[in-house]
Each structure stands twice: as C-alpha cells, then as structure tokens.
Write a protein that binds this ligand. Structure first.
Ligand code: PLP
Length: 395
C-alpha cells in the first residue's frame, strides 16, 4: 500500500507533538551520558505529594482495580463540583456536569469533539498550546488562528476575536494562564471576551490547567463564573498534572452544560471507558485534604517563582533576546527573531552545539519565539543560560 491509502486523511494531516519530541530527544541524549540542559519539559520536576500516592496505594489494596463509571467515580465528581462552586464561582454546577478523563489533553479533545465537526470553525488564539489546532482538525473542523505577540502581552483582544468570527464559528479556545507564553488574562479582559461570546452565541473552551500557577499576585478567573448564561456557553477543562505533579497519572477534568457533559460521557464510554480507577482515588485525596494540597502547591510555587525570575533576568541580559515577564504557568516565551534564524534551526543547533533543549515557537504558531520551561532545577537554569549566551554570541 502507498502511504496515501494506508493512512486516513485525518491521520495523514496530523503533526506529532513538537514539545514531546524535544523532550524525548533531550532524554535520549541524557541517556547516552550527554550533559543536557532541558528546558523542554511541560511537567513539574517535583514528585507527586506523598499523601496522594498513599491514597492511590490504599485504593489498590482496597480492590479499586476494576472499571469505574465512564464519567468518573462519584465522590471525585462531587468534590470537583464543590471546588468549582466555591473556588471558581460556577455557582450552579452539579456533579453530573463533571467528567473525569484520562488527562487534561483528553478533556480538551473530548470537549472539541463534542461540540465541533465538519463545517465548523474554531478560533484559536496564538501562540497556542500545540495540541489545539491538531485536535480541531481531528474533529473535522477548521482551526482559525489569531495572533498576539509580545507587544500585546500575548493576549488577543475582543476586537481581534470579533474580526475572526464567521457564520461558521462555533467555538473559541481560551487558555489562561497560557502554555506557551505564561500570559494571564485579567478578569476584566475575560469578562469582555465572555460578553462577546454571548453576543455572538459562541461556545468557549476554557483550559484552566495552570489556574493555580500564578505569580506577582495576579488573579485567575473562570469565564463560566460571570453569569448563568456564561456557564451555559463554557466548557471548563483542567486536570491534576500540573497542580499536583501528577503528569504520569493521566487525570483530566471537564465541567460543561448538561447536554455537553452527557455527550462527553458517551464519547468517553465508547473510547477510553474511564480514567484509571485507582488513580482517581489519589486525586480524591488531593480534593479532600485541601490543607495538605495547598501546602504542596505553595511550596512548589515558591520554587517556580524564584526560577522564573532567575530565567527571566538571565534571558533579558543576553544580547538579541527579549523576554516578557510572564505571570503564570511555568514557561517563558522569549523573542529571538533578531538572530534571523528559523526557530527549528535555532533549536536544533542549540541542542547540537550546546546541549540545551528548548521548543521552537513554530509549533505554537509563533515563529521568532522559543519556549523555555522553568520546571527544572536552579542548576540547569544557570548552566543553560550561560550556554545559551555562548550560543547567541556564536551566531
Ligand atoms: C495548556 C495545556 N492544556 C492541557 C494540557 C494537558 O495536560 P495533561 O494531559 O497532562 O493533563 C497541557 C499539558 O501540557 C497544557 O499545557
């Protein structure tokens, strides 16, 4: 069979995740004994808090080793509904509207699949998380990107969104705090976007997976919190990976208006069946022991904030690089367009010459930029900055 007939049109058109590719290349070099400074990883470098692991181990001992209900175990859905009511201002949310999935990534895909299809357009603000456009394409819909660079704090305006709306537009994707830029929309900015979505009858998928990773005292606000009407137009997705260092557990969440939540549960029941049963008991412990959870998050945030400032200062001191002070997530997104190198080439040479792994902006819809994750040790940050400087001088 030729390649063309072997693969479906959708499969042939999907790009592999560039962030995972950089990470695995860096890990491969490390395994060969190379001293690699990896800034590619999108995961906290801390272990999952012990009390969460213990709860999962207990669940295994208690025999929670069978299929779970497709939308998730009820105590976890109840705890999540309460969290969204109390912390995020989604005042009417019921456990039936909450779905637990195998990862935030899968929650995004379920949301997109549930509400979009052939003939629909989805507005994706760039720089975007690499997976959104590919997921939209896998659903058969068309991603329409709009761009906001460093000069706009990487945040799109309601005017830009409005200009991109057509009679085919069904969904707008928001991600605050953002991967890859770390940008955080202000409550009043979110409110204006929600107003526009309601006026033009658009759905919003709000990816809030970094909602706890905030610095400089900025605030996170959920688009669904503004009114009952807003809640009826928003699918809120999130997960346990980033907040609780649980990337390998594969646990995502989704909160949606009832008809969408039902459809999502059906899709999940016909695809993954359910998120791993005993893993859900670990997540339940995280929800039921808020003091221990906030202690763990607080400690992690302290480390991230210190590293953020170290990396930011270091990047801005390199001639030719400018970097905005991101206030969320654990990424910085410097501009290195002054070197005139294609981002993929820049990252490739940097890895080959100096053993420093970064993710080129191209995969995020932002040529001229690169993403550096500071979910790595202070030592790697210091060494990596000095190597990056040497590399920039050598260009
Ligand atoms: C913006 C964003 N959404 C969702 C995810 C998915 O995370 P996970 O599937 O590990 O829960 C990620 C992970 O990198 C992300 O950066």
């Amino acid at each position: 069979m030729s390649d063309k007939s072997l693969l479906s049109a959708i499969a042939a058109n999907i790009a592999p995740s560039p962030t995972l590719a950089v990470d695995s290349k860096a890990k491969e070099l490390k395994a060969k004994g190379e001293d690699v400074c990896g800034f590619g990883a999108g995961e906290p470098d801390f272990d999952t808090p012990e009390f969460i692991k213990e709860a999962c181990i207990q669940a295994l001992h208690d025999g929670h080793t069978k299929y779970a209900p497709a939308p998730g175990i009820m105590p976890l859905r109840e705890a999540l509904a309460e969290k969204y009511r109390l912390e995020n201002g989604l005042t009417d949310v019921q456990p039936s509207q909450v779905i637990v999935s195998p990862g935030g990534k899968y929650s995004c895909y379920l949301a997109i699949l549930a509400v979009t299809g052939p003939g629909d357009e989805v507005i994706v603000p760039a720089p975007y998380w690499v997976s959104y456009p590919e997921m939209v394409k896998m659903a058969g819909a068309k991603p329409v990107t709009i761009f906001a660079g460093q000069e706009d704090d990487f945040k799109v305006s309601p005017e830009q969104i409005e200009a991109a709306i057509t009679d085919k537009t069904k969904l707008l994707i928001l991600n605050s705090p953002s991967n890859p830029t770390g940008a955080v929309y202000k409550p009043e900015e979110i409110e204006k976007i929600v107003e526009l979505a309601l006026k033009r009858d658009l759905l919003i998928m709000s990816d809030e997976i970094y909602e706890y990773l905030l610095y400089d005292g900025v605030e996170h606000v959920s688009p669904a919190s503004f009114s009952k009407e807003a809640a009826d137009h928003v699918i809120t997705v999130s997960g346990f990976s980033k907040t609780f260092s649980m990337t390998g557990w594969r646990l995502g969440t989704l909160v949606a208006p009832s008809p969408i939540a039902k459809a999502v549960a059906s899709i999940q029941s016909q695809t993954s069946s359910n998120a791993t049963t005993f893993a859900q008991y670990g997540a339940l412990a995280a929800m039921q022991q808020p003091e221990k959870s906030s202690e763990a998050i607080h400690e992690m945030l302290g480390h991230f904030d210190r590293r953020r400032m170290k990396l930011l200062g270091g990047l801005n001191s390199i001639e030719g690089i400018t970097c905005a002070r991101a206030q969320g997530a654990f990424y910085l997104f410097p501009n290195m367009s002054s070197f005139g190198l294609d981002g993929n080439e820049f990252a490739k040479q940097l890895l080959e010459d100096q053993k420093v792994a970064v993710v080129p902006g191209e995969g995020f819809g932002a040529p001229g930029y690169m993403r550096l994750s500071y979910a790595t040790s202070d030592e790697v940050i210091e060494k990596g900055l000095s190597r990056l400087e040497d590399f920039c001088k050598s260009i």
